[in-house]
Design a protein around this ligand. Structure first.
Ligand code: MD6
Ligand code: FE
Length: 224
């Protein structure tokens, strides 16, 4: 069993975890960079411990009043938050009143390199949303549209347990592709695909050698 394999009830979709870096286009403007984050993993988890000590994971509430099953925190100049009044970016963590922890150098380097590899030069992220999924946790189809300008791409880093990413079109009703994402995979999203609907299917239970029962996802954006 290689380190990238995990046991799960969706073994068929997860059967062929890529171990070599390669790039897979989803649609024009969206690409999966397989294993792109592997060289950054040690630095990422070291930084994550510092970030979550200052800004712990929490379950935010949607404007509709539902507690999100994904646990979230942020780092960078701006963080994405939701509460009863809506979705937005803030400079301070509403739980502590302090600025979000700063963006670790390795996060910025990874994001800029991944964006460039996907054809988006000059990416300057100022926000990193950190998502933690446990078994059964899902993220329903949505668009990322709280950022000020949609010219910058989004860089999304998958760590730990694998998940099925749903990648749809410009309209909610458009048919969605099911894309398995493994530890170290990076999805870059921009240009004509920037406002495409996407989501994550309920996480299958499993155990990962680094993250245990969790999947982590970093989404690096230019928010402001
Ligand atoms: C996740 N990702 O993979 C959730 N958004 O956990 C997102 O919502 C997302 O992966 C925009 C672009 C890429 C993403
Ligand atoms: Fe999203």
């Amino acid at each position: 069993m290689t380190p990238r394999e995990t046991r799960s009830s969706t073994a068929d979709l997860f059967a062929d975890a890529p171990t070599e870096p390669r790039s897979e286009a989803l649609v024009s403007g969206a690409v999966v960079l397989r294993a792109f984050a592997i060289p950054y993993v040690t630095q990422i988890f070291t930084a994550l411990r510092t970030i979550t000590a200052a800004a712990p994971f929490r379950h935010m509430v949607t404007p509709g009043g539902f507690e999100m099953s994904v646990a979230m925190t942020n780092c960078g100049a701006y963080g994405w938050v939701t509460d009863r009044t809506g979705y937005r970016y803030t400079a301070d963590d509403p739980e502590s009143g302090l600025p979000w922890p700063s963006l670790p150098e390795a996060f910025g380097q990874l994001a800029v390199a991944a964006a460039a590899a996907a054809g988006f030069g000059g990416f300057a992220p100022d926000a990193c949303l950190i998502n933690r999924y446990a078994a059964g946790t899902r993220l329903s189809l949505h668009q990322d549209r709280n950022e000020r300008d949609f010219d910058a791409p989004i860089v999304s880093v998958s760590l730990g347990l694998p998940a099925i990413f749903l990648f749809g079109g410009a309209r909610r009703a458009d048919r969605a592709q099911r894309v398995p994402l493994w530890h170290g995979d990076v999805v870059v999203w921009g240009g004509p695909a920037r406002l495409h609907y996407h989501g994550v299917l309920p996480l299958a239970a499993g155990e990962h050698s680094i993250t245990g029962p969790y999947r982590f996802n970093l989404t690096l954006r230019k928010a402001v």
